[in-house]
Design a binder for this molecule. Sequence first.
Ligand code: EPZ
Length: 421
Amino acid sequence: MDRIRIVGGTALAGEIAIGGAKNAALPILTAALLSEQPLTLNNLPLVADIKAMTALLAELGVGVEAVGDDGRSVRLSGASAAETTAPYDIVRKMRASVLVLGPLLARFGKARVSLPGGCAIGTRPVDMHLAALQEMGARIELKEGYIDARVDGRLKGAHILFPNVTVGGTENIVMAASLADGETVIANAAREPEVTDLVKCLIGMGAKIDGIGTDTLRVTGVEALGEAEHDIIPDRIETGTYAVAAAITGGDVLLANARLANNEAVFRALGRAGAGITETPKGVRVERRNGRLTGVDLMTEPYPGFPTDMQAQFMALASIAEGASMITEQIFENRFMHVSELIRMGANINVHGASAIVRGVPRLSGAPVMATDLRASVSLVLAGLAAEGETLVNRVYHLDRGYERIEQKLAACGAKIDRVG
Ligand code: EPZ
């Protein structure tokens, strides 16, 4: 099994191109199921999760045709979609598969989707997705490990109030509502830029949606959606991850295609930690001004708050910053798996419930480490870049799910990093 080997201590310098957002591309791919007309998507990231979602769509009968030769554009044809079951073997590997539920039910009146189990970062139920679909008239049974959803005729518009902010729940319901009969109001909707990107794509396909980017989406269902072409937004989490890489190594990196706009909480925290941040026409430049970074307190929150998907990376940074940082995880109940591995690299971290107190140490030392999810794994790569000596990050397949050619992007900026068998 592949591992990533890093010899730490080199300040990164150069340019890193930021790709399309995985978490925007995943729901947008499933939107192809809503229409009989083709949907062309550009700027897809070349990561394992996108390949897996494309394979799931192909299993459901969607025509998938590469456009151009860089692998980043695809033309999806929902006309041939016929299968309405998303099997356990696929859903258990990628929870985002549950995003086919809303589109399948809205277009075909039935869907059978394996109930995703728990995962490394928590139990992650989908109860809010199901309750909302029920309010729209779906009959839902849970049997043999599957969500069996049916509706006679079309789903009906409804007033949905999510008790908590849910990104995937908002995405499933906004897609379902696009083909429902009448108006659906989604209150306490997620405002993540990935949700907004999906809504823009749906509008391009002919959906009628007001309130884009706000916590109240009003969707007037239409009978059918049409053809569209859509460019996926740049990945704000990939951006934030490489921004931390620049700061943690005392480097100077231009994040090409990145924007400050979708990532304010992350760049503010980096600024408070002592990194210099400048937006240029080409992207965002991140450098460490001078001396040690300073610890920062932060709390994960729904957008526009600090993203849970950047919490582990910031903990790596806090590990070598001057002073203490209190990092509180409010979105997932079990997202501190990187803590014990960072401690093995010499970090001083104490976890109390949902908060971790990180007391910065002058330096970390390299070690063999592993993690059980994408962002925890990448936080260990970041720690390895700053550590003295060699770090071997095991279970690289987690990284490959969401980071495209990570070792090549970092090596191009001078990092001593490679993939070993
Ligand atoms: C999305 O997951 C992202 N995944 C996650 O990114 C991200 O961490 C998360 O949003 C929060 O920003 C994709 O976009 C594919 P939620 P999602 O529904 O939609 C609870 C990464 O590393 N909840 O907003 O599954 C849930 O357990 C990944 O790229 C319910 O209780 O997240 C969690 O505690 C990991 N019932 C909270 O709500 C429900 O029905 C927020 O989850 C739904 C969610």
